[in-house]
Design a protein around this ligand. Structure first.
Ligand SMILES: *Cc1c(COP(=O)(O)O)cnc(C)c1O
Length: 554
């Protein structure tokens, strides 16, 4: 549903789209024979505005499609509520480090031959109501297959559905199968054939991440005959759950970190679920100063990310100099747009992600006195925040306001900046420019998390809750630090939050602040290990190769 292709193309909302883009960039680096399909999103996700109290409003993102994408000639169709909807594709060519290309097709329904409503279907990413979402999923899953065929891709061996939004894809393959056999509708017999071609990755254990549609709506959008045929292959009653649809029609399923796969196996007990831990595209997320440092000491790191382990032998002054440059770039930006007057010598902590409540962006503000005391008595620190709340997520929006209130309450003692409109370029500045990356999700709801991996590549260690990728990436005092203990079954929300907040204050006071100010050499050694141990592994180059060997061709 979303792929982040270029910093100025707003076709993503957050981690899911960045990951899809990073995976395609790695596939291009490896010259893999792959193409990708997504929606165009004329108006993007949204442009975030925040008033003085942190109240969020949303604008459409204005962008000029023709400036970035090339229009392609085919005009295949899909049927939605009995209407024929014509589709166009725009192409973006992702070029890898050897010059190989992976084309990405962005589907667009804004054509004069379509009805008014249908022309809006590729406007907003995650906007509109349930009907709008289902129609978009028809365009993506079924229209996507039709577009690939119209473009001449008729010998595709594997289809990878990235999240349940694409779950109607195998239905389009089943329709093809039935047409080829000369049957009016597909049957159970066609299913095995289609399953052999499909791979499914699910990215969240949070219920809102799994779309479900009432049966009447499926009837209305896809037609009664198609719905009946679908019921033939997958039993359901009042709601069709798109995750179940993909689980049933894929021969390989995975979660995005080891812990996430464990949680999924408890949620979906009848399925075999593997784990392939996420990564980030190293050449995209290493900041210019670190790219230059790697080019000098680890030539070939773009082609082979594993060689980043040699970063352990780079002298500490050089690592610190590169970090200092990235930090100045961020703090210049922060001071220019917020006028908060941050000092480049002060320990700077970063936190940025979607403002979903399970991410607990306000966890560290439970005890403001404790924060003031640590800053005054142990060493100054300052905080840089960013993040968008989904336009319909009232609780997420209130979370931003609470962070603003904490900022105002701490004003003179702990400097805090909240940067608006968190996006790809801002994520690059922040993950490279702070000294410590903070993450405080409610376990076990963080499927993977990827911003900490971006930070690690830039020598920025994480101070984070043990959840998602950090369970695998954290070696205490070597690659960063854990907040709290491993998630257990006894964890009630509020108690757990109190314990986690206390653990954060303790680590900050006793370990991180003293190390930063009084043992810089050891702090830099942790920075080096973040790159050498985590940057060399938590990248999409390793990830895409695992998909090839474990998912696509097993
Ligand atoms: C990397 C990234 C994310 C995802 O970060 P998480 O750590 O997974 O929450 C979200 N938004 C943007 C703009 C990003 O670059």
């Amino acid at each position: 549903m979303e792929i982040a292709l270029h910093p100025a193309i707003p076709t993503y909302s957050g981690g899911l789209g960045i990951l899809a883009g990073d995976m395609i960039r790695a596939a291009a680096d490896r010259e893999l024979p792959m193409v990708a399909v997504t929606l165009l999103h004329h108006k993007g996700y949204f442009y975030q505005k925040l008033d003085v109290g942190g109240r969020q409003t949303e604008d459409a993102v204005e962008w000029i499609v023709e400036d970035f994408l090339q229009e392609l000639p085919p005009r295949p169709t899909v049927t939605i509520e009995g209407r024929t909807v014509h589709l166009r594709a725009w192409c973006y060519y992702v070029r890898g480090c050897t010059g190989a290309v992976v084309p990405v097709y962005l589907l667009d329904s804004d054509l004069p031959e379509n009805a008014g409503y249908d022309r809006t279907l590729t406007d907003w990413l995650y906007g509109g109501d349930l009907l709008y979402r289902l129609c978009q999923e028809v365009v993506l899953g079924m229209g996507g297959v039709n577009m690939l065929r119209a473009l001449g891709h008729d010998r595709i061996e594997r289809f990878h559905m990235n999240e349940g939004h694409a779950s109607l894809l195998p239905i389009a393959l089943l329709d093809e199968q039935a047409r080829r056999a000369g049957h009016p509708r597909f049957t159970h017999k066609d299913v095995e054939e289609v399953r052999r071609q499909c791979v499914f990755t699910t990215h969240t254990p949070v219920p809102a991440g799994h779309d479900r549609f009432p049966t009447e709506l499926i009837n209305r959008v896809l037609g009664r005959a198609e719905t009946e045929a679908m019921k033939e292959v997958l039993l359901w009653d009042d709601y069709l759950n798109m995750t179940f649809l993909a689980l049933n029609l894929s021969y390989y399923v995975n979660g995005v970190a080891k812990k996430h796969a464990e949680v999924l196996r408890q949620m979906f007990t009848q399925y075999r679920i593997d784990a392939i831990t996420n990564g980030v595209h190293a050449a995209t997320w290493a900041s210019p100063p670190f790219q230059a440092l790697f080019d000098q000491h680890v030539p070939g790191w773009r082609e082979d990310n594993f060689t980043l382990r040699y970063v352990l032998s780079i002298p500490s002054q050089e690592v610190w100099r590169a970090h200092d440059q990235a930090k100045r770039q961020l703090l210049d930006h922060v001071n220019r747009v917020t006028n908060v007057g941050m000092d480049v010598r002060d320990l700077t902590i970063g936190f940025a992600r979607r403002d979903a409540t399970y991410k607990r962006g306000d966890l560290i503000f439970r005890d403001l006195e404790r924060l003031k005391k640590i800053s005054a008595e142990v060493g100054h620190f300052q905080l840089v925040y960013a993040g968008k709340a989904h336009p319909q997520d009232q609780e997420g929006k209130e979370l931003i306001q609470r962070i603003f209130q904490a900022r105002d309450a701490l004003k003179t003692q702990v400097k805090i900046a909240y940067l608006t409109n968190y996006d790809w370029p801002l994520a690059q500045l922040m993950t490279a420019g702070v000294d410590v990356w903070l993450n405080t999700p409610q376990p076990p709801l963080e499927a993977s998390g990827t911003s900490g991996m971006k930070a690690a590549l830039n020598g920025v260690p994480s101070l984070s809750i043990l959840d998602g990728w950090w369970i695998e990436g954290c070696i205490e005092g070597v690659t960063g630090w854990a907040i709290g203990n491993l998630p257990g079954p006894e964890d009630a929300g509020e108690e757990r939050s109190l314990r986690d907040a206390a653990s954060f204050y303790d680590k900050l006071e006793r370990v991180v602040v003293p190390l930063f100010y009084r043992d810089r050499e050891r702090f830099i050694d942790i920075m080096r290990h973040a790159i050498a141990l985590n940057g060399s592994f938590f990248n999409t180059q390793r990830m895409v190769l695992q998909y090839v060997t474990r998912a696509y061709f097993r």
